[in-house]
Structure formats: structure tokens, C-alpha cells
Design a protein around this ligand. Structure first.
Ligand code: PFF
Length: 451
């Protein structure tokens, strides 16, 4: 049997895991969900869920990966017995589902970037809408999806150290530099404070009971951290025994949250200073692809440069995430069937392409449906199902498995990396008595919202 791959260093692992967390979810998703209302309440709920649920969950998921040394498909059954096998399948299914639409969003990002670079920005909203209508479905969307999948596959095929770790080592620092630069630039815009106030700082207590705001906070937290799907599990299975999991988790979650907030500090001032707040509040997943370029075009060459930098950093963020999603089925196929990495990558990429196809072509009018379904609707549906309901469900299973069924696995693993006993106890108590009930509520609310 081949020797198991390993990260070159602990830092490589942290950067790769943070790269998985930081993605389009931070740049588009955060802005899009925050702008659907909620303001400060959304932000607070989001931070609360991240700290009390996602953080312990992330430690648990890493401990499961590292202690078993197995792939996301096999690890749950190794830890909990055969009854837990379906959880492994859920991980693989959800990864395919998310990657299926994620590479399409990457395609839109890439096309918008190239257009800004080569042709410049659209002069008004109608032109921007036209351009977006052209790229969001059909042949151009397929091309974007295909190329993004090829790039992702190439990185994953190069392996853990030479592919994923190398990409994250330069991608993540670059992304931070670009984003901080843009946030500083955006703070000088006329509508900057108005932008922060409207979207992030507005307090409305009624929002605390608004199911959309609550479910948005859950979806955003789970999707952004990427807990509950097996990606971090796969990465942790390549990790050595010494890495201090609670500390690594805090670093990863901290970087992810910082990027979400920084992205908001870029997008909201832009949206406000160009008077596009209305368009964004009624937003669909694609709105930012229309509003941002339109707004920036009024700033001439500076706007064009900002657009190119922003879409470039979005693409870098996206690819460090898409590789982690692809790693879930790839590691699983290698582990379960003994396939080579390259073979597992090829088969997984073809399956991903097929799964995403309806989000490119839309669905024709089928019996039982009153109308044909547009590609954008399919994409939104995939986002809600895979990136919402099922992802949170995966998180629920993880809390039960490591909190109740196999807590000794978590303890032993944390002991091995010298975690103080008090911190171990705190994590277990959080997992059992806080994460579990809160994630259960999250699953229920997101199912209701989905239906
Ligand atoms: N966290 C990524 C983002 O915010 O775009 C998306 C993602 C990556 C979700 C990896 C789930 C995952 F396992």
C-alpha cells in the first residue's frame, strides 16, 4: 500500500484549511445574505453560530480525520461502526452537490474578470444585465464551469503537498493583501459609512425572530467555515499528531471571519456610494456580478483596476475552496477502491460536471411543473439543498458521533497533542450541550425555509 500523503508543515495545513474556508461564500455569500436584511442581528447570529457551533465542530471533524487517518467516506464507520456508513456517503454527496454549482460561480467570476480586463466595465445596469444574462447559462457558463473544473482537478491531481499546499501558500497571503488594500480604498469612498451602517450595523430586534435571518446566519456560517462536509476531515487525515487542533481551528475560523467582514467592508461602501442599495436588497445570487461592475465603471480607470483586483482575488479564494471540495470524493475513492489519485480525480471531475449541468442548461418543462426552470433557479436550489440543509445535517451527525457515540476518540486525539484537560472538557461539553441543540434548530429551520 502506498505511503499516506502528509502536509509539508503545520502552517501548510492551516493555510490549506483556511483556503478551504475562505471562498466565494465570504465574498459573494456574505454580502448577498447580509443585504437580505438582518443587519447587526445577522452579523451577531453569524458570529455566535461560528463560535459556539462551528468551532467545536471543526475540532471534532479534524480529530475524526486525524485519529482515523481515513477518508471522509470511511472515517465515520471506523469511528462509530457500520451504522455510521451513510454519514460517509452524505459527505461525498454534499461535496459533489456543492462543487457542482461552485465551479459555475467560479466560471462567472472568471468571465467577469476577463471582460473587465480586456473590454472594460459596462457603462450602465442594462448593459451589465445583458452581459450577465449571456454568461449565466448555456455555452459560456459551460465553458466557465469546464475550465474551472479543469484547473481545480489539475491542482488536486498534483497531490497534497505539490498541489493543494503549494496553491494555498501563495494564494492566501496574496488574497489578504489585495483585500486589505481594497477595504482601505473603499473606506475613503463617499458612501462608506452609510454602507457599513445600512448593511452591517443597523439594529432591529424584530430580526431576531425572522426565520430568514436565522437560516441565513446558519447557512452562511456552515458554508463559510465548511464544517460538516468532510473537507477538513480529509485535510486533517494528512496531519501529524503534534498539531494543536483547537489552536489551528481558532486560526482558521478567525481568518475566515476576517475575510467575510473585510469583503463586506469592500462591497457595502461600493454599493452605497453608487446608489445601488435597492438592487442589492432584492438580490439573487447573481446581483453582485451586475451591481459591482456597473458601479465601478463610473470611476474610470481606477474602477476598472479595482474590479480586476476584486474578481481576481475572488477567483483565487474560489479555487482554494474548490480543491478542498474535490478532495472529498477523491480521497474517498482512493481509500475505498485503492485508485490512484489521477484516476480518482478524473472520475470525480466528470461526475461533478454532470451534476452541475442542469444549473447551466436549466430544466425543460416537465410533467408536474407549470413552467420550465431557469438555470439560475436550479443553481439557487442546489445552493439551498446542498450548501444549506444537507451541509448542516452533516454537522449534526458529526456532533452526535464525536459528542456522544465516540467521545473517547476526541479525547485521545486531543490528549495526543497536549490539549489541557480543562479545554478538552469544555469542548466536549460545548459539543454535547450547546452545538447539538443549536445545530438541531438549524436543521429544522433550514428544512422549513427550503420547503
Ligand atoms: N467555504 C467555501 C466558501 O465560503 O466559499 C465553500 C466551501 C468549501 C464549502 C469547502 C464547503 C467546503 F467543504
Amino acid at each position: 500500500m502506498a505511503v499516506k500523503e502528509q502536509w509539508r508543515s503545520g502552517l501548510g495545513f492551516v493555510l490549506a484549511a483556511a483556503g478551504s474556508a475562505v471562498g466565494l461564500g465570504n465574498l459573494w455569500g456574505f454580502a448577498y445574505r447580509a443585504s437580505q436584511g438582518g443587519g447587526m442581528v445577522f452579523l451577531m447570529l453569524y458570529l455566535l453560530i461560528v463560535v459556539v457551533v462551528c468551532l467545536p465542530l471543526l475540532v471534532a471533524e479534524m480529530a475524526l480525520g486525524r485519529s482515523t487517518g481515513r477518508s471522509p467516506l470511511v472515517a465515520p464507520a471506523v469511528a462509530g461502526g457500520r451504522l455510521w456508513q451513510p454519514m460517509g456517503w452524505l459527505f461525498v454527496l454534499v461535496s459533489f452537490g456543492i462543487l457542482g454549482f461552485y465551479v459555475i460561480l467560479m466560471g462567472w467570476t472568471g468571465q467577469t474578470l476577463l471582460h473587465a480586463l480586456i473590454h472594460g466595465l459596462p457603462q450602465d445596469k442594462a448593459i451589465a444585465q445583458d452581459f450577465f444574462d449571456q454568461i449565466r447559462g448555456g455555452q459560456p457558463a459551460f465553458l466557465g464551469q469546464f475550465l474551472s473544473l479543469i484547473l481545480t482537478s489539475l491542482v488536486v491531481a498534483c497531490g497534497v503537498q505539490k498541489g493543494i499546499e503549494r496553491l494555498s501558500r501563495w494564494g492566501l497571503p496574496l488574497l489578504f493583501i489585495l483585500l486589505i488594500g481594497l477595504a482601505i480604498w473603499a473606506a475613503g469612498l463617499q458612501g462608506a459609512h452609510e454602507g457599513y451602517r445600512t448593511f452591517l450595523l443597523r439594529w432591529d430586534a424584530n430580526e431576531l425572530l425572522n426565520p430568514t435571518t436565522i437560516s441565513n446566519a446558519f447557512k452562511q456560517a456552515f458554508f463559510s467555515i465548511g464544517a460538516g462536509i468532510g473537507a477538513i476531515l480529509a485535510y486533517a487525515s494528512y496531519l501529524d499528531r503534534r498539531a494543536h487542533l483547537p489552536r489551528e481551528s481558532v486560526l482558521i475560523v478567525g481568518m475566515d471571519t476576517a475575510v467575510g467582514l473585510l469583503a463586506g467592508m469592500v462591497t457595502f461602501p461600493l454599493v452605497m456610494s453608487f446608489g445601488l442599495a435597492d438592487a442589492v436588497s432584492k438580490s439573487t445570487i447573481g446581483t453582485l456580478f451586475i451591481t459591482l461592475p456597473t458601479g465601478l465603471s463610473s470611476l474610470g480607470m481606477t474602477g476598472r483596476l479595482v474590479a480586476v483586483l476584486f474578481f481576481a482575488l475572488a477567483y483565487i479564494a474560489a479555487i482554494t475552496s474548490s480543491v478542498s471540495l474535490l478532495e472529498v470524493p477523491v480521497a474517498s475513492l482512493m481509500d475505498r477502491l485503492g485508485w490512484t489519485r489521477v484516476r480518482a480525480v478524473c472520475v470525480s471531475a466528470v461526475l461533478t460536471l454532470l451534476i452541475g449541468l442542469p444549473a447551466v442548461t436549466g430544466l425543460p418543462k416537465l410533467p408536474g411543473l407549470s413552467d420550465a426552470v431557469s438555470s439560475l433557479d436550479v443553481l439557487g436550489w442546489m445552493d439551498s439543498l446542498f450548501g444549506g440543509v444537507l451541509l448542516i445535517l452533516g454537522g449534526l451527525f458529526l456532533t452526535i458521533l464525536l459528542g456522544w457515540v465516540a467521545p473517547s476518540r476526541l479525547r485521545n486525539d486531543l490528549n495526543g497533542c497536549n490539549t489541557p484537560p480543562a479545554l478538552q472538557r469544555l469542548l466536549l461539553v460545548m459539543l454535547r450541550w450547546v452545538s447539538l441543540p443549536v445545530v438541531t434548530i438549524g436543521v429544522i429551520i433550514s428544512v422549513i425555509e427550503f420547503l
